[in-house]
Write a protein that binds this ligand. Structure first.
Ligand code: SDX
Length: 484
C-alpha cells in the first residue's frame, strides 16, 4: 500500500507529553495498535497496573465500535437497513436464490454456474448422513434436554470422527495452507458441516419426540429433506408441504449470515487458535443459544404468550419502559432503522398462514409492533423489529416446538460461520490468535496470609440445599461426615 496522503490521517496530540502523532486512516479505519506508541511517564501515585509507560490501550466494551477482521462476505448498513451477501441485496436473493446457492455464494464468493451448483448440492446432500454411532450419542440425552444443548454438543462430537480434519493431530497449518489437497480437505469438512446440520437438528428433535431417526432421503431439496427427517413416520410417498419447504428455504437464506454478530465472532475467536472447524462451530452454536442473540426468536413467542390478548399490549409496553421487561425481537446493535430481513419474514409469514391458518398470537404481535413503532421510548432509542420478531410466529404456525426455534437459526447460520472461518483461515498473512487486552483495576500486589489467621473473605459462595440427600441421611452418622 502506497504512503497515505497527510489528509488521510488522524493527528493526535498527547497532552500528557505534548507529543503529536499521525495515525493513517485506511478504509475509514485507524489501527488500534498505533495508540500503543503513545506512552507517557507514570504520574505521581499512579498504579503500576495502568502500564502507562507501555503505551495507550483502546477500551471498547461489547465491541461497540471495534473492527477485528477485514472481510469481503457480508455488508450491513444499519442506518439504511441494507444487507448484502457478497454484494447481492438480501431482497434479491430471497426472491430468486435457494439456500444452497446462497451458501455457495457466501462461502466461495460468487454465484455458481448451474454445473457448479449441482455439484455442490450433490456433495452437501451426500454428506448429510450421520454415522450410526451418532444414534447412541443423541439417545444419551434426556428426552427433555434443550435441543440447543444437544446440537452444540453434536457439532463438537462430529469432529471426533475426523482425525484428518484435526489440526491438533495433523499439524497446525492443516487449514491455512492453500495447496489443492488442503483446500479439498477443507471443502470436505464444509460439505459435512452443512450436510449434517439438518440431520443433527432433526435427530435432536426426534429424541424429544421419542421417535426413531430418519435416514436422509434422496431426491429432496435441502429443506425438503430436513422436514422429511423431522416428521416422517413411515408414511408411503411422504412429501413435505411445498409452501412450508419454500418458506423454510427463504428463512434459511435470511439467517445464513450477518457479518460479525456474537456467534460468528465466537467462531472466529475460537478458530483463531487453529482448532478444528467442528469445535469452532460448536462454540458459535453455544453463543447463538443466548436470548440476546439467536434465542430471541424463542423469547419473542414466550413474550407474546405472556402478553396474551392485544388489549394487554399497552401495559406490557409500559413495563418495558420501566425496564421491568425487554421487548424481545426489537433492537439491534447495527440496524438503527429497520432490519431488512424482518420485512421479508413478515411477507413469508403471510404465505405460510395461508396453509397453516393464522397464529392467534399474530394479532398481539401486530398490536405490539404498531404500539412500539409509535412510542417515543423506542423511536428515541432507534429500536425496530429485527429478524427474530416475526420468524417465531412462522415457526409456531409450522408446528415447531418453542425451544426448537434457535435450532432453526443455527442450521442456516452454520453457512455464515463457515464462510467467515474459511476466509480467516485463508487470509493473507495467515492467522493470528485473537488475544484481546484488558484494563486491570483489581488489587495491587499483596502477600499471602496463612489460613489460620485469615478473617472471612468479603464474598463467599452461597450454601445450596442438597436435595439429593434425604433427611434420614442427614441424621445418620458415617465416617467423614462433615462436623461443620
Ligand atoms: C440477532 O448482531 C447480529 O447481527 C445479530 C443478528 C444476526 O443475524 O446474527 O441480527 C440476530 O441476534 C438479533 C437480535 C435479537 N435479540 C433480541 O431481539 C433481544 C432484544 N434486543 C436487545 O437485547 C438489544 O436490542 C440487542 C441485544 C439486540 C442490541 O443491544 P445493544 O446494541 O447493546 O443495545 P443496548 O442494549 O445498548 O440498547 C440501547 C438502549 C438501552 O436503553 P438505555 O439504557 O440507553 O436507556 O435501548 C434499550 C436499552 O435498554 N433497548 C431495549 C431493547 N433493546 C435495547 N429496551 C427494550 N427492549 C429492547 N428489545
Amino acid at each position: 500500500m502506497g504512503k497515505q496522503p497527510e489528509s488521510e490521517s488522524l493527528t493526535v496530540r498527547d497532552n500528557r507529553t505534548g507529543k503529536t502523532y499521525n495515525v493513517p486512516i485506511v478504509n475509514n479505519t485507524v489501527s488500534a495498535s498505533a495508540f500503543k506508541s503513545m506512552s507517557a511517564p507514570k504520574k505521581e501515585g499512579e498504579r503500576d497496573e495502568n502500564d502507562t509507560e507501555k503505551g495507550l490501550r483502546v477500551l471498547d466494551k461489547g465491541f461497540m465500535n471495534t473492527a477485528v477482521i477485514q472481510s469481503e462476505i457480508t455488508y450491513i448498513d444499519g442506518d439504511a437497513g441494507v444487507l448484502r451477501y457478497r454484494g447481492y441485496p438480501i431482497e434479491q436473493l430471497a426472491l430468486h436464490s435457494s439456500f444452497l446457492e446462497t451458501a455457495y455464494l457466501l462461502i466461495y464468493g460468487s454465484l455458481p454456474s448451474k454445473r457448479q451448483l449441482h455439484t455442490f448440492e450433490t456433495e452437501v446432500m451426500h454428506h448429510s448422513g450421520a454415522h450410526s454411532d451418532a444414534e447412541d450419542f443423541f439417545r444419551s440425552f434426556r428426552y427433555d434436554a434443550h435441543p440447543m444443548a444437544i446440537l452444540t454438543s453434536a457439532f463438537s462430537y462430529l469432529g471426533s470422527y475426523y482425525s484428518e480434519a484435526n489440526p491438533s493431530l495433523q499439524g497446525q497449518t492443516l487449514f491455512t495452507k492453500r495447496d489443492p489437497a488442503s483446500i479439498s480437505n477443507m471443502d470436505k469438512q464444509i460439505y459435512r458441516l452443512i450436510g449434517k446440520a439438518t440431520t443433527f437438528a432433526a435427530m435432536a428433535y426426534r429424541v424429544r419426540q421419542g421417535r426413531d431417526f430418519v435416514t436422509p432421503p434422496t431426491g429432496f431439496s435441502y429443506t425438503g429433506a430436513f422436514l422429511y427427517q423431522m416428521d416422517h413416520l413411515g408414511e408411503e410417498n411422504y412429501v413435505p408441504n411445498p409452501v412450508l419447504e419454500k418458506a423454510l428455504d427463504i428463512l434459511f437464506i435470511l439467517h445464513a449470515d450477518h457479518e460479525l454478530n456474537a456467534s460468528c465472532t465466537t467462531v472466529l475467536q475460537t478458530g483463531s487458535s487453529l482448532v478444528d472447524p467442528y469445535s469452532a462451530i460448536a462454540a458459535g452454536c453455544a453463543s447463538l443459544y443466548g436470548p440476546l442473540h439467536g434465542g430471541a426468536n424463542e423469547a419473542v413467542i414466550r413474550m407474546l404468550i405472556s402478553i396474551g390478548k392485544p388489549e394487554n399490549v399497552p401495559a406490557f409496553i409500559e413495563a418495558v419502559k420501566r425496564r421491568e421487561k425487554v421487548l424481545s425481537g426489537f433492537g439491534h446493535r447495527v440496524y438503527k432503522t429497520s432490519d431488512p430481513r424482518s420485512f421479508i419474514v413478515r411477507r413469508t409469514a403471510d404465505e405460510v398462514f395461508k396453509v397453516t391458518g393464522k397464529d392467534e398470537l399474530l394479532e398481539t404481535a401486530m398490536a405490539l409492533h404498531d404500539a412500539a413503532m409509535k412510542d417515543e421510548f423506542f423511536i428515541k432509542r432507534k429500536l425496530a423489529p429485527n429478524v427474530d420478531f416475526w420468524s417465531g410466529l412462522i415457526y409456531r404456525a409450522m408446528g415447531f416446538p418453542l425451544d426448537f426455534f434457535p435450532v432453526l437459526f443455527v442450521v442456516p447460520r452454520v453457512v455464515g460461520w463457515i464462510a467467515h472461518w474459511r476466509q480467516m483461515m485463508l487470509q493473507e498473512g495467515g492467522v493470528k490468535i485473537w488475544r484481546p487486552r484488558q484494563v486491570y483495576l483489581g488489587s495491587g500486589k499483596r502477600d499471602y496470609e496463612p489460613v489460620d489467621s485469615r478473617p472471612d473473605a468479603q464474598i463467599a459462595p452461597s450454601p445450596v440445599v442438597h436435595s439429593g440427600i434425604t433427611k434420614r441421611t442427614n441424621l445418620a452418622s458415617f465416617k467423614g461426615k462433615s462436623k461443620l
